[in-house]
Design a protein around this ligand. Structure first.
Ligand code: FAD
Ligand code: SF4
Length: 510
């Protein structure tokens, strides 16, 4: 018998049980194909990141004597889709069995299921051995419940995996230390410079340039900063544990001009393509805290662990529980288009300019930039969630639909009507000013609501609440905002709404 095993671009897990034994009757296939480069307009660094990591992975397993067929983007025999390439290989090389790992995307899950049904040989599918919860675990956990509270899921995960636990109680007696995190960066604070790699990816970039693949963003092809293999991913993990963890929680929500990574791990790409596992990431962080408890306060560690075994696994569970309907949800019936400057960074709004330029330069923005700057603006401006999703799915190196759409359509745009979040994450300039150093040097004035140079966030904020009163007015978590709005003088209200209408009309010139 001859088996063909498909390894997808985000399944670069060399610890998978597939690779435990060398077997000449098994051939692995990996492919760079147009259906994957073209389902969204991706950042050039995202395409390069995936292809480089795939090539490195293929070379690694090949050096362990596994048989590998690697189909490059411009290979003459590349038929540019999973189905066509796999069918052609089966025919040419007389494979008798086909195997794949459960994909993380609904789109690929369907495609591969259909492919298997149409094959003349047998097929099977197995787990990707990466996540700490199964696809349906969240669904089962919340069975019959109307709301899916992340915090209860997180407690379940801590208990189930005995992470930061003392028997069945949370270590220290308290589950969540969010209250101690989230500080603004002190004005004179110089963050630790990020560890960046200097990968030479010129060959891959020139292969992409030979095609008509559309992409966004910039790249320094001789110094590609992202980790492209397991060794570099582990180096970045070490760097995070030794240099960043001690201040991770404190400055998790902080923003400051020209600092793109602060104390964030930047491990989402490595984890999402499975070069490293969530378990080893948190184990490394816990080890660092155990070794240096005087340097790393417990709340920094707990905040980090929660992002990974809480939020990350939770989002995946939501995805498998709610797809495919999730991708069509538009609770507020938003219809507007993203302003053109989302692709150029050419706006006078300082916070947005910084978040967008940074995204174009690094294919990365940290959580609060995504949620409270770009996402906040998109929701306040009533942008259609399809457009918002397409932007996020394209621009970030870590964007794979299961974790992109749940964060964007769910957490950030509230287009799911409150499955992921209990209220929309929107704010006026006050929050952005509280967490950042952007407003001081902005063309707009943070404290001005209407008239010349009024910060657009201010009027758009009230306009959002006004427009969506039928959907949000009864939400107890936002009742206070509606009390303020209802008590405002009619003239002030009208001026705010007029200002918002003016900005929305001129959205491309903000
Ligand atoms: P850190 O801040 O250092 O956090 C550590 C790890 O925790 C991350 O690597 C990530 O694996 C995990 N994590 C933290 N928050 C979340 C979250 N909300 N959901 C899932 N995992 C989380 N994350 C992606 O991986 N891919 C995406 O496409 C993506 N799109 C997003 C879109 C929006 C609108 C928002 C608000 C968030 C999005 N996130 C996405 C979540 C989060 O912003 C990124 O995981 C994080 O910024 C990655 O950078 P980091 O590794 O430096 O994270
Ligand atoms: Fe952003 Fe408004 Fe502050 Fe300018 S004033 S940086 S637009 S929040």
């Amino acid at each position: 018998s001859k088996t063909l095993r498909l390894v997808l671009g985000d399944q670069l897990n060399s610890n998978h049980s597939w690779f435990k034994t060398i077997d000449d009757s098994v051939t692995y296939v990996m492919m760079e194909i147009r259906t994957e480069t073209d389902y969204a307009t991706h950042h050039i660094q995202k395409i390069v990141g995936f292809f480089s990591a795939m090539q490195e992975f293929a070379a690694e397993i090949q050096s362990q004597q596994h048989r590998v067929i690697y189909i490059r983007l411009n290979d003459g025999n590349n038929l540019q889709s999973f189905e066509k390439n796999i069918k052609s290989l089966i025919e040419k090389e007389q494979f008798t069995h086909f195997e794949y790992q459960f994909p993380d995307e609904y789109r690929l899950d369907e495609q591969l299921k259909n492919l298997c049904q149409s094959l003349s040989i047998t097929s099977s599918v197995c787990d990707s051995e990466h996540f700490m919860s199964s696809r349906n675990e969240l669904g089962d956990f919340f069975e019959g419940k109307k709301t899916f509270l992340m915090e209860s899921f997180y407690h379940m995960m801590r208990k189930k995996h005995h992470i930061l636990m003392e028997g069945d109680k949370p270590l220290t007696g308290k589950w969540n230390y969010d209250g101690e995190n989230r500080k603004k960066l002190p004005k004179d604070h110089k963050p630790t410079p990020p560890l960046v790699f200097q990968n030479d990816v010129t060959k891959i970039v020139s292969e992409i340039q030979k095609t008509d693949i559309k992409s966004i963003g910039n790249i320094d092809a001789e110094n590609f900063v992202w980790p492209i293999n397991r060794k570099q991913s582990l180096e970045l993990l070490d760097f995070f544990a030794t240099e960043c963890l001690a201040l991770f929680g404190s400055y998790q929500d902080a923003m400051t001009p020209n600092e793109w990574s602060l104390y964030h791990a930047r491990l989402s790409f490595s984890m999402n393509v499975k070069l490293i596992s969530p378990l080893e990431v948190i184990q490394r962080a816990i080890l660092e805290w155990e070794n240096r408890p005087e340097a790393i306060a417990y709340h920094q560690l707990e905040g980090f662990v929660r992002q990974i075994i809480g939020w990350r696994e939770y989002m995946r569970g939501i995805y498998w529980n709610k797809m495919p309907e999730y991708a069509t949800m538009n609770y507020f019936n938003n219809e507007n288009s993203l302003p053109e400057w989302f692709w150029t960074g050419k706006t006078k709004m300082n916070c947005l300019k910084d978040a967008i330029n940074q995204s174009l330069n690094y294919a990365y923005a940290h959580h609060i930039q995504r949620l409270m700057v770009t996402g906040n603006f998109a929701l306040l401006a009533g942008i259609h969630p399809d457009e918002v999703d397409a932007w996020y799915l394209g621009i970030y190196i870590d964007a794979i639909e299961w974790v992109e759409i749940t964060n964007t359509r769910g957490m950030s745009q509230f287009a799911d009507g409150g499955i992921v979040g209990t209220k929309p994450y929107v704010s006026s300039a006050a929050y952005i000013d509280k967490m950042s150093h952007y407003c001081g040097s902005c063309f707009y004035k943070k404290a001005v609501k209407t008239g010349d140079k009024a910060c657009p966030f201010n009027s758009l904020y009230w306009n959002f609440y006004d427009k969506n009163e039928d959907k949000l007015g009864k939400n107890p978590r936002i009742g206070m905002m509606y009390n303020v709005w209802r008590k405002m003088k009619p003239d002030d209200k009208a001026a705010l709404l007029e200002q918002a209408a003016f900005y929305l009309k001129n959205i491309n010139n903000l």
